[in-house]
Design a protein around this ligand. Structure first.
Ligand code: AR6
Length: 186
């Protein structure tokens, strides 16, 4: 684990399975259908149970009949997970593994809007996976810098969210995030 602490706030990078995390909210790297999928999305729905999918269906019907746009975020309960809430966001798809300026902006939005929603709900601790770096093929190095910078800026300005954890599933991705956090603090 690697962390950055300042004025009672914490930015943490750790290796782990986000479905086991005990933060008040965990963030799901969903797709715009909000109907589940593979990767971390599949793991969250299978461990959290059908309550999450039922709430996602209602959100689709009532708020987003055409699907959740990339970079936006919505919240459901956490079902059987330790986390009370799941925040669902959609990262950009990096075709050819290239993070264009527009994709970078959308990735930043996904992190920022998730944190904004957490703050609005009075949530103090939030865990993120590495959004868009699996099936959506965005480069981990650049994506990690966007993720950490967005979280750090948010923590500095917000008075509700106290801790943001990045929970990385593989050693490879964890090491890249660790290095990016060191660069950010140095
Ligand atoms: N805990 C933490 N991280 C995980 C876990 C876990 N349990 N499982 C996988 N990861 P991906 P994306 C990591 O593909 O790129 C889905 O089908 C994984 O190693 O889950 O945003 C959705 O429905 C990778 O580093 O999300 C969408 O269709 C990171 O989570 C699409 O994939 C993100 O990989 C979204 O693609």
């Amino acid at each position: 684990m690697e962390k950055l602490e300042f004025s009672g706030k914490r930015l943490v990078v750790k290796l782990g399975d986000i479905t086991e995390e005990d933060t008040e909210a965990i963030v799901n790297a969903a797709n715009s259908s909000l109907m589940g999928g593979g990767g971390v999305d599949g793991a969250i729905h299978s461990k959290g149970g059908t309550v999450i999918l039922e709430e996602c269906k209602r959100i689709r019907e009532n708020e987003y009949p055409d699907g959740l746009p990339t970079g936006e975020a919505v919240i459901t309960s956490g079902g059987n997970l330790k986390a009370r809430f799941v925040i669902h966001t959609v990262g950009p798809v990096c075709s050819g593994g290239i993070l264009t300026e527009e994709k970078a902006r959308l990735l930043r939005n996904a992190y920022h809007n998730s944190l904004k929603l957490a703050s609005q709900k009075g949530i103090k601790t939030v865990a993120f996976p590495s959004i868009s770096t699996g099936a959506y093929r965005c480069p981990v190095d650049e994506s990690s810098k966007i993720a950490l910078r967005t979280a750090l800026e948010f923590l500095k300005e917000d008075s509700t969210v106290q801790e943001v954890r990045f929970v990385l599933f593989t050693d490879y991705i964890y090491e890249i995030y660790r290095e990016s956090l060191r660069e950010l603090s140095g």
